[in-house]
Design a protein. Structure first.
Length: 450
């Protein structure tokens, strides 16, 4: 088994200049060891480095991978706040409008295109994914608890999500024996791993943890309120020797991991290269076998050696019915849950044709409609999925008709419906729409195989 360690930093404190020095020392520490990290940088932080003349730090980005961490991180309204009242497609447009300038500035200053994205704090929203795809960002790197696929990497929204990994760890920099404790946990993770070929370990920090005793944004943007810019306060500082001690602790832990066999530090984009994929063609009998086990539950499934999201499986069944080449097509989930309304049995050919011809688009990417219009009514995507599966499992022909089956989107169970929206939000903030949108986008969810 290979052990791949993703070391990443949320580089965000644009108010406290001493956080720049912490970033500088961390990069030097990693460069000394030949370790490449993923630097998730807030655009305001990149602009602050440029405006402070810290081109010495910016020049050191070349040995690391740059990732986008929003335009201004914690200033309200944050992403979840400004997207809460949007739908999926118009929310994607709004996210793009709000964030594209920041991404452009980060690219210009860092001299690199971003290879990953991660939300600020707990400010997560599903509408960001089509925009990220449009921008060519292939991975989502973070540690949020909105979606958890048994602690393993997963695909969602068309991106590889390296979040909520069971093998996420940190050195407790406040403890004298923090390195020793981390070494023991690292050894346990390696010993208990059940990955087929590659174990992904995720380690993350914020440079401001090394320079300050409190988080900068908690001081200035707590409880959903913005401190006026003239009154922004820097984080209370640690002494310079304490900053260095903490950097050295992380360096010591990195040294320990590198004494182990088959250990390599990789970036977010490199993690995608280690996913196990099959090039085998999907056969009609495989679709038949899959359809026989669907019943009334829509979920991801493994066919032909690869995992497929529910929307991809729906495309495969429609292509099966149309006698077309079985290549999966990803679609985003619908805008709303709507009830089917059909009178009597529905023709298989009508359902397959409806899937081919009826779809919406988000930045050119397919999106499932709320309802598919048929000759005798309308079927929502969940019910059409289950009804097509039933017809295929019975061996019916394309001109045959079958009774509609009412189903459920089982994949949505991996979305946390009880998120504790604390962080810097107002005390009464509840992102009900965000959670509902996240569940609808479970149509794009599937495991990533390592």
């Amino acid at each position: 088994m290979q052990i791949k360690i993703m070391l990443w930093y949320d580089v965000e404190d644009y108010i406290t200049p001493e956080a720049d020095e912490a970033l500088d020392r961390l990069i030097d520490m990693m460069d000394k060891r030949g370790v490449a990290s993923s630097l998730k940088i807030v655009a305001d932080k990149a602009r602050a480095l440029r405006n402070r003349g810290r081109f010495d730090i910016i020049g050191k980005f070349a040995n690391h991978e740059i990732c986008y961490h929003t335009d201004n991180h914690s200033r309200h309204p944050t992403m979840t706040e400004y997207l809460e009242n949007y739908g999926f497609a118009d929310g994607a447009e709004e996210f793009s409008r709000q964030e594209e300038k920041g991404l452009s500035d980060l690219t210009d200053i860092a001299g690199q295109c971003s290879t990953s994205y991660g939300q600020p704090g707990a400010s997560w929203a599903p509408q960001c994914f089509p925009a990220l795809r449009k921008w060519g960002i292939p991975t989502y790197l973070d540690s949020h608890d909105i979606i958890d696929l048994n602690g393993k990497p997963f695909w969602y929204g068309g991106l590889l999500n390296l979040t909520r990994l069971h093998e996420t760890m940190r050195v407790d920099l406040d403890k004298k024996d923090g390195v020793e404790e981390a070494a023991e946990r690292f050894d346990r993770l390696c010993a208990e791993a059940d990955y087929e070929k590659t174990l992904l370990v995720s380690i993350y920090y914020h440079p401001c943890e090394f320079s300050g005793t409190k988080f900068w944004d908690g001081i200035n943007f707590a409880d959903g309120k913005n401190t006026p810019r003239p009154d922004w306060r820097p984080a209370p500082l640690r002494g310079e020797s304490e900053m260095q001690r903490r950097v050295d602790m992380l360096g010591s832990f990195i040294d320990y991991t590198l004494t182990k066999e088959n250990v390599e530090y990789i970036t977010a984009s490199q993690a995608a290269n280690h996913e196990i994929r099959s090039n085998a063609n999907i056969k009609r009998e495989q679709i038949e076998n899959f359809a026989g086990g669907v019943g009334n539950q829509v979920n991801f499934a493994k066919i032909g050696g690869n995992w497929h999201a529910p929307s991809e499986l729906l495309s495969l069944m429609a292509k099966y019915a149309n006698k077309k080449h079985l290549t999966p097509v990803l679609s985003y989930g619908p805008e709303k849950n709507r009830k089917s309304d059909v009178g009597g049995a529905v023709k298989i050919c009508d359902m397959a044709k409806a899937f081919e011809e009826q779809y919406d688009k988000v930045f050119g990417y397919r999106q499932l409609p709320d309802l598919y219009k048929l000759d005798n009514g309308a079927l929502n995507p969940v019910d059409m999925f289950c009804t097509l599966a039933s017809a295929i499992s019975m061996g019916l022909g394309e001109d045959d008709a079958v009774g509609a089956i009412e189903g459920g989107l089982a994949a949505e169970k991996y979305v946390n419906g009880n998120v504790d929206w604390k962080w810097l939000f107002a005390k009464d903030f509840k992102a009900y729409n965000t959670v509902q949108m996240a569940k609808l986008q479970a149509w794009t969810l599937k495991p990533a195989c390592y």
